[in-house]
Ligand binder design. Structure first.
Ligand code: 5AD
Ligand code: SF4
Length: 451
């Protein structure tokens, strides 16, 4: 049996794509390898969003090259493939910088991987495919396999927003929504294989506008309503949303759909209108704050999350203070924050007023300590509450299981390993830095009165 090792960088869509790569190669006789050392083919599924992420790929390729040479000395063969957004953005450069690479495949061409491997095996030399063919891709991919009770399902790819800092419109291409029937079929299949929670993925998931059964276009809200009818599917989530596409029907779905979990990742990036404008975000600070109010009116316990960029070109101390003030006003149970990273080819990269590294570091530190405080406050407020947890996998301790709260926090529970795949009420006993501990909520025997 041949062995496959996939290393995934970056976002959840890459996690989904890596699973699809495994699904594609399994019928060709590839089983999962535990490490690149035992693999016949190593795939790096890469991320181009910030410079650091892209640089990691080149250092990993250096290590793989040595493994490949050792293998060759022993008379064996190892293929190296680079997939994902670095492959799309820098395919030619990868080929130039690292001649150990056999295959470069962009995210929209990954369904062609089996044929590309066959070509390399026939010794046709290096193959490179970076076409944008998302509709062909989804038709060509095999049915997704379930791996545990929580699954990702890509419903939308690409982005037409062109924020001035972001590479996504260039690496993932234009917005594309999969048809409703295709998504429904994939969801049904996942549920038949034990999946209880599905997270719908898209770079701009709430801009979803896939074709419905009658050919008319469906919104994300309508899709969620349809998927919520699937028996056995207990939880729905979606990510990532753009504030511009957060329509009233989607907000109402948070009020009306009990299966839609009370967690929403809604990146604002900055609290300053001047910076938002320079970022081409096409929403103002006030629009975002009003949205937050509306969403909380629909679902009061919703946990909001966001992405922030500090040190965007031209950002002043006053701009940054506005971001801090927005964070204080909204209060985020969870958030991600980054220093602005110059991405070649994006409009902001050419801006004259780049912020010095020192200022970026100071701002990031200030923002992250505020966010950490808010995250800790939220976690603390969960202590003593009972909440349904979907148990996903074994924990580090024997018998322990780790699951997710409705707010996406990891929850550790002892003596619960036998409950993996199921949802049970858990009383939260302790809030830690990035997770919660709890115990199964005692079920009162029937007929016994509450204290
Ligand atoms: N520099 C820093 N952060 C970035 N992001 C996207 N592009 C950049 C960049 N050039 C962040 C944004 C986005 C998240 C996925 O990554 O906050 O929402
Ligand atoms: Fe990038 Fe902006 Fe599109 Fe998000 S909305 S993927 S940040 S361009």
């Amino acid at each position: 049996m041949k062995k496959l090792f996939i290393k995934t960088y970056g976002c959840q869509m890459n996690v989904y794509d890596s699973a699809r790569i495994a699904d594609l190669l399994t019928p060709l006789g590839y089983a999962a390898a535990d490490a690149p050392d035992d693999a016949d083919i190593v795939v790096l599924n890469t991320c181009h969003i910030r410079e650091k992420a892209a640089e990691k790929v080149y250092s990993e390729l250096g290590r793989l090259r040595r493994l490949k040479e050792e293998r060759a000395e022993q008379g064996g063969r190892m293929l190296i493939a680079v997939a994902g957004c670095v492959a799309q953005a820098e395919g030619e450069e990868i080929a130039r910088r690292q001649n150990a690479v056999d295959i470069v495949v962009g995210p929209q061409a990954l369904h062609r991987l089996p044929e590309m491997i066959a070509r390399v095996e026939r010794s046709e030399g290096r193959v490179l495919e970076t076409d944008f063919v998302p509709d062909e891709k989804f038709d060509a991919l095999p049915a997704a396999r379930a791996d545990g009770p929580a699954a990702f399902l890509t419903v939308q790819e690409g982005c037409d927003k062109f924020c001035t800092f972001c590479v996504v419109p260039y690496t993932r291409g234009a917005e594309f929504s999969r048809p409703v029937a295709q998504i429904e079929a994939e969801a049904h299949r996942l549920v038949e294989h034990g999946v209880r929670e599905i997270t719908l993925l898209g770079q701009n998931v709430n801009a979803y506008c896939g074709a419905g059964p009658e050919g008319n276009s469906w919104s994300l809200a309508r899709l969620l309503h349809r998927l919520a009818e699937i028996e056995g599917l207990e939880r729905l989530r979606y990510t990532t949303s753009h504030p511009r596409d957060m329509n009233d029907d989607l907000i109402a779905a948070h009020r009306d759909l009990q299966k839609l979990m009370p967690y929403l990742h809604l990146p604002v990036q900055s609290g300053s209108d001047r910076v938002l404008e320079a970022m081409n975000r096409r929403h103002a600070r006030d629009h975002y704050l009003r949205l937050v109010d509306k969403i909380r009116a629909a679902r009061s316990d919703i946990a909001l999350s966001s992405d922030f960029i500090v040190g965007f070109p031209g950002e002043t101390d006053t701009d940054f203070e506005q971001t801090m003030a927005l964070v204080r006003e909204v209060k985020y149970p969870q958030a991600f924050s980054f220093k602005y990273s110059t991405r070649p080819g994006t409009p902001a990269a050419a801006a004259r007023k780049q912020v010095p590294e020192q200022a970026k570091s100071e701002r990031l530190q200030a923002l992250q300590s505020l966010l950490a405080e808010q995250q800790a406050d939220f976690a603390k407020s969960c202590e003593g509450l009972s909440m349904p947890v979907l148990f996903e996998k074994p924990g580090r301790k024997t018998g322990q299981a780790v699951g997710r709260s409705p707010y996406l926090q990891p929850v550790h529970v002892d003596d619960a390993e036998h409950l993996i795949g199921e949802i049970h009420d858990v009383t939260i006993t302790r809030a830690m830095r990035n997770s919660l501990s709890g115990a199964l909520t005692a079920v009162r025997p029937k007929g016994m009165a509450a204290a």
